[in-house]
Design a protein around this ligand. Structure first.
Ligand SMILES: NC(=O)c1ccc[n+]([C@@H]2O[C@H](COP(=O)([O-])OP(=O)(O)OC[C@H]3O[C@@H](n4cnc5c(N)ncnc54)[C@H](O)[C@@H]3O)[C@@H](O)[C@H]2O)c1
Length: 312
């Protein structure tokens, strides 16, 4: 097995939103990248994506000595994985598509190559079953866009070797990501479950008339969301407990949180409720295009990433 700190060549299988962004990040780290996607137009998409991503990665101090051109588009997945140390798989989020792809590359993968799947919520045990390389398959789930957001969730399937998990954790850390080990398989892994829990309450707030879409968004972006870039919910509450820390916080707020949880329920994503969310988001956007909104987000995100990066 190539040392996780010595990876020279990686394959990207599926080069849409996530695959193209991973390609940009791997290139910024000085790796050679072999890309495959069934859409021939994906080659142009990757070229444009890397060109657009390069200035932001450069601002984060990530591209020194690296070339945005050190990649090739391949006609088949079998060609793309030839002699790579590592494969990042980003095919559509459908089990049959992932398994069909794994079936094609399993016979030709180098015997020591590691594969990580970007899947947002499929279970690796289901994806890897029956393949001879299964012990070297794990989930390596990023957040969009992977060339900016540090988090990667590493999850083993039943057949994944412990060494594969350790390898992925070290590899992602070495290339500047913030990997965490999710210790059990769960639909949505961890971070998406946390997002889903918050969004469930956000949708409830809108459809029960507690607040508008815009005010729900402000409640997070001008409130706890600011603190969450610095530290997570548990550490935030450790500080919320004053001098008594988390012990005092729990002693004081345990019955309060339990009584709030008892009032929470799952909203239905009916057509009418979806319409209310869509109309609310359009009103909040006030005519700004998706490109303009993404630029507004990135104007905050990049300095924040610089700050978080400096903190280590
Ligand atoms: N979009 C996100 O926010 C996000 C975040 C983290 C992880 N993911 C995961 O990344 C993976 C890819 O998602 P995406 O958002 O990039 O999707 P996407 O639709 O943007 O891209 C998928 C790409 O896969 C290609 N493709 C189609 N059939 C294929 C096949 N059989 N084998 C390989 N590639 C094929 C498509 O041509 C397309 O370019 C999914 O597993 C998804 O769950 C997505």
């Amino acid at each position: 097995m190539t040392q996780p700190t010595q990876v020279k060549r990686a394959a990207i299988l599926g080069a849409g939103t996530i695959g193209a962004s991973w390609a940009a990040w791997f290139l910024s780290r000085g790796m050679e990248v072999q890309v495959w996607d069934p859409r021939p137009e994906a080659e142009d998409y990757v070229r444009r994506y890397v060109a657009d991503a390069w200035p932001a990665m450069s601002r984060l101090g990530m591209v020194e000595g690296a070339s945005p051109d050190a990649w090739r588009f391949h006609a088949t997945p079998e060609d793309a994985v030839a002699d790579v140390d590592f494969v990042q798989e980003n095919a559509p989020e459908r089990l049959p598509a992932k398994r069909e792809l794994f079936g094609r590359i399993d016979p030709v993968l180098r015997a020591d190559a590691i594969l990580a799947s970007s899947t947002s919520g499929l279970i690796m045990t289901d994806m890897q079953a029956g393949f001879s390389s299964a012990a070297r398959f794990a989930v390596g789930h990023p957040f969009n866009p992977p060339h900016l957001i540090p988090l990667v969730e590493v999850v083993a399937g039943r057949e994944t070797a412990p060494e594969t998990v350790a390898w992925c954790l070290e590899f992602y850390k070495h290339i500047g990501k913030k990997p965490i080990h999710i210790r059990k398989e769960a639909a949505g892994h961890l971070a998406n479950r946390l997002q889903a829990a918050l969004w469930r309450e956000a949708v409830s707030a809108v459809v029960t008339g507690l607040a508008s879409v815009e005010d729900v968004d402000t409640a997070i972006s001008a409130g706890p969301g600011l603190r969450w870039a610095a530290m997570g919910p548990h550490m935030t509450f450790h500080l919320g407990g004053g001098e008594g820390g988390i012990e005092h916080m729990l002693a004081q707020f345990k019955p309060v949180f339990e009584s709030w949880w008892a009032t929470m329920s799952t909203p239905e994503l009916s057509d009418a409720n979806c319409r209310q969310i869509i109309d609310g988001v359009k009103a909040e956007a006030k005519g700004r295009s998706l490109t303009e909104l993404a630029a507004e987000r990135d104007a905050v995100l990049l300095p924040l990433l610089e700050l978080v990066g400096r903190r280590g």
